[in-house]
Design a protein around this ligand. Structure first.
Ligand code: NDP
Length: 281
């Protein structure tokens, strides 16, 4: 068997076209143009690239964006002050704080400072709490992008056995909650999980969000399963995922990596920006 590809690039392009139409409709109804403010602290090249790509996606669909930079030496108070200023700016509909922040900055304190309706990543405790209660307000981008990719390929979630490997606050945990809200039976695995391969083999939907090159091998995968590869790892100068390419011989569906979850994450960020602007209108 060769898995069918869950093409994130194509789905993301469709979402961006829908957002462009949404922006046009908002403006036609007299609403304000959505505006994404990106906060970047320090000069990490990967973070600079991510912010550039996110802003480019936003501008392609008619969303304004602005760049707000602080040096790598910035303090927690300085970053919070910048965020408070953006909270107060009426033209700003959504605020993105690019992670990771430098080690001396208290990332949790900065996230708590973002006005929850403008929290485009859905990381604020208010938005995380709403998700945990099953009544989400702003959905975190990577988990929301994964659900969207499943839905657009008519892959059922209700009643399915899902295994999520990874329990971070930005991917594993919120994704497990989203799957649970959609009535999957969910197991969350992490570095203390015993007999991980056996648990993975139970999954009809298997998500790898670990950050270890080709960690999930073909013998860990139930034949015909849907496998989502979130990982971004460097191997010999190229980007690769957490899932061994040989899994394509066992899985029913598989995200390419790159070209699967990454484009969906960026598309959901742009969509969250439009949704924030629509809510304000
Ligand atoms: P974290 O490092 O925050 O979390 C990794 C998780 O994997 C932890 O829960 C950890 O367990 C678990 N883990 C580590 N080693 C093992 C192991 N041997 N067996 C089982 N579980 C293990 O990473 P993120 O969640 O932020 O990201 C995961 C990956 O996804 C990274 O490669 C990241 O770059 C990528 N990513 C991709 C995105 C995209 O848009 N494509 C977006 C966000 C992330 P424990 O909690 O016990 O330490």
């Amino acid at each position: 068997m060769t898995a069918q590809l869950l093409d994130g690039k194509a789905a993301a392009a469709a979402i961006l076209a829908e957002v462009a139409a949404g922006v046009a409709a908002l403006l036609a109804a007299g609403g304000r143009r959505p505006h994404l403010a990106a906060v970047l602290v320090g000069d990490d090249p990967a973070s600079q690239t991510y912010v550039r790509m996110k802003r480019r996606n936003a501008e392609e669909v008619g969303i304004e964006s602005s760049d707000h930079r602080l040096p790598a030496s910035a303090t927690t108070d300085e970053v919070k002050e910048l965020v408070r200023g953006l909270n107060a700016e009426s033209r700003v509909s959504a605020i993105l704080v690019q992670m990771p922040l430098p080690p001396q900055v208290d990332a949790g304190a900065v996230i708590e400072c973002v006005d929850p309706p403008k929290d485009v990543d859905g990381f604020h405790p208010y938005n995380a709490g709403r998700l945990a209660l099953g009544d989400p307000a702003v959905l975190p981008c990577t988990p929301a992008g994964i659900l969207e990719l499943l839905d657009r390929n008519q892959i059922p979630v209700d009643g399915r056995r899902a295994v999520v490997v990874g329990r971070s606050n930005i991917v594993g945990k919120p994704l497990a909650l989203l799957l649970l809200n959609r009535h999957a039976t969910v197991t969350v695995c992490h570095s203390h999980t015993r007999d991980l391969p056996a648990l993975c083999r139970e999954a009809e939907i298997l998500v790898a969000a670990v950050g270890k090159t080709f960690y999930i091998g073909p013998d860990w995968v139930r034949p015909g399963a849907t496998v989502i590869d979130v990982g971004v790892n460097r191997l010999d100068g190229r980007l690769v995922g957490d899932v061994d390419p040989a899994v394509a011989q066992v899985a029913g569906w598989l995200t390419p990596n790159p070209g699967g979850v990454g484009p969906m994450t960026r598309a959901m960020l742009v969509r969250n920006t439009l949704l924030a602007a629509e809510r304000r209108s």
